[in-house]
Each structure stands twice: as structure tokens, then as C-alpha cells.
Design a protein around this ligand. Structure first.
Ligand SMILES: [Zn+2]
Ligand SMILES: [Zn+2]
Length: 298
């Protein structure tokens, strides 16, 4: 009997500790791609093994062409969340905004519940398309109708370009890719203040690409640390294992970005480990889960 109670007490003591430990170590990767030029050198099975081995339990994937995201989900499960990419063929990034076929595919994919979001959609200030483009406006209307989030990438000199988008589409959850690329913490502060349904993803803000987030020791720069602590519910991490756009490869080679996946994830986990525990688990997991759930349930 005494042994029974001892076991019981040990079980009660250990149980909450185990639960807390699990909650703290879960990882949500808010920004991965599995594109045709990845698929040339890595299979969906291999990508799923990498994600699982790294401890990723939730991931948003966007593919060019779009259907490759579904292929990846087939080998993973419901923890892999495919977004509809308007890049419906290999070079779709160049002409999606002129192609009505994008809308019919998006509508069908959302209606059948194949996709849980829309994106990644890229804008480069000063180059076509503009956010008033008809196809983009129709995609945002679908996001609203199906109550799904969108993933938007903006390269611009200030936050103004993106603020116009998030103000115009204030009923939609929007994930801002790469914290706006080159934008500063004060630009992002304005975005978070102005648009309550924006989540900021910090993918590609690593020293090998946009950079600017951390100093030499791998810890957050003060301006970013202050901002993240001011808005602990609004940031998510991502690896964005796309390498071809960087200096290491030329355009005619396959993208070996998945070879760098572990390194990219470790970079983010390192600066996160310096934050208060509660903020850590929000950024590692909870914020992305909330962004997806809110969109699906509200
Ligand atoms: Zn991007
Ligand atoms: Zn991306």
C-alpha cells in the first residue's frame, strides 16, 4: 500500500513537470517552402524526416508550384499546414497577377479544405504588381470568405507600403514575412500598433540573408528585444530554407536550402533561449498556433 501511494505521489509530482517541459520545447516553423527546385534534390519523405528530427510539430508550407505543398502534407500529416501559393507553375512568381486561373485554383483548393491559408505573395515596391492588382484583391477576398490567414512578403524602404495593405485588409490575419526584410524594429512597431491582426515572422532574418536581428554573440539587438518583449504575442519564427536567391548558388542549379535547415533553426532557437520562458514558448509555438486557430475559428 505504501508503495502504491509512493508511486502515486511520484506520478503526480512528475506529471506537471513533464507537461511543462513538452510545452516549452515544441517548435512551430512558420515559413518553409518545398519548391520544384527543392524537389529536384530532396524528396518529401526526406524533408518530413528533417522536420521531425528537429522537433518541429507544426509548420506552414508554401510551394512553387502550389500543389507541392499538398505533396509534402501527404507525407507528414495535419501538423503540416499548406498555404495556397498563387505561383501555380514553375515561373508563376513572374505572372501570377495576370492569371485568372490563379483565382479558380485558389477557390477550389480552399473550398475543398486542401489549403489553410494563402501565400507567400511577394511585393517589391516600385515594381509590378501593386497591391491594388485585381488578382491580389480577389485572393484577399477569398481569404476573408474562407477565414484563412495570408502570408505576405514586402520589400520596401519603409513600413508604409505594408501598412496600406494591412489597413485595407484589416479583417484578415496577415503574416508579414521576414519582418519586412530590411525594415527596422521601429518600422515593425508602427505596423503592430496599426494592424492588430498582423503577425511578424522572423524567417530569413539570419546573418546569411536579411540579417539585422542579432549581434555578434547571436543575441537579439536591443531594439528587437525591446519590441519582442512589448509584443510577445505577435512574433513567430521560421527557417525559410530557400538558398538559391543568395550568393552561394546560381539560378540554373537546384535549391539546396534544406541542407541548411538545421543551421537556420538553431540560429533562431539560440536567440530565443535568452528570453523569459513564457515569451520563449509563445514565439516557438503558441503565436503561430493562435494565428492559424484564430483565422479558422473567428
Ligand atoms: Zn519571402
Ligand atoms: Zn518564403
Amino acid at each position: 500500500m505504501r508503495l502504491y501511494f509512493t508511486v502515486l505521489i511520484i506520478a503526480f509530482v512528475l506529471l506537471p513537470v513533464t507537461n511543462i517541459a513538452q510545452a516549452d520545447t515544441r517548435i512551430a516553423d512558420g515559413h518553409i517552402h518545398y519548391n520544384w527546385d527543392h524537389a529536384e534534390i530532396i524528396s518529401p519523405e526526406e524533408v518530413v524526416i528533417k522536420l521531425k528530427k528537429a522537433g518541429v510539430g507544426l509548420a506552414i508550407v508554401s510551394s512553387t508550384p502550389s500543389h507541392l505543398a499538398l505533396e509534402l502534407k501527404k507525407h507528414a500529416g495535419d501538423w503540416l499546414v499548406p498555404f495556397f501559393s498563387p505561383y501555380i507553375h514553375e515561373l508563376g512568381k513572374k505572372d501570377w497577377y495576370l492569371d485568372d486561373g490563379v483565382i479558380s485554383l485558389a477557390e477550389a483548393g480552399l473550398r475543398k479544405d486542401l489549403y489553410a491559408g494563402i501565400g507567400e505573395i511577394h511585393f517589391f515596391a516600385g515594381l509590378p504588381p501593386n497591391p491594388d492588382n485585381k488578382i491580389f484583391q480577389q485572393l484577399m477576398a477569398l481569404a476573408k470568405q474562407y477565414n484563412v490567414p495570408t502570408l505576405i512578403h514586402v520589400d520596401a524602404g519603409s513600413e508604409k507600403f505594408f501598412v496600406e495593405i494591412c489597413q485595407q485588409h484589416s479583417a484578415i490575419n496577415i503574416q508579414l514575412a521576414h519582418a519586412g526584410g530590411n525594415l527596422s524594429a521601429s518600422h515593425i512597431n508602427t505596423i503592430l500598433e496599426t494592424c492588430p491582426r498582423v503577425w511578424v515572422d522572423l524567417s530569413a532574418r539570419d546573418p546569411w540573408r536579411y540579417d539585422g536581428l542579432t549581434g555578434e554573440n547571436g543575441h537579439l539587438e536591443k531594439s528587437w528585444r525591446d519590441l519582442i518583449l512589448r509584443y510577445p504575442d505577435r512574433f513567430i519564427i521560421g527557417t525559410d530554407p530557400v538558398w538559391r536567391v543568395t550568393r552561394t548558388q546560381s539560378w540554373d542549379l537546384p535549391d539546396d536550402g534544406w541542407d541548411h535547415f538545421e543551421q537556420l533553426l538553431q540560429y533562431h532557437l539560440h536567440w530565443i533561449s535568452d528570453l523569459p520562458d513564457e515569451v520563449q514558448s509563445k514565439i516557438r509555438w503558441q503565436n503561430m498556433a493562435t494565428m492559424l486557430k484564430k483565422s479558422l475559428n473567428n
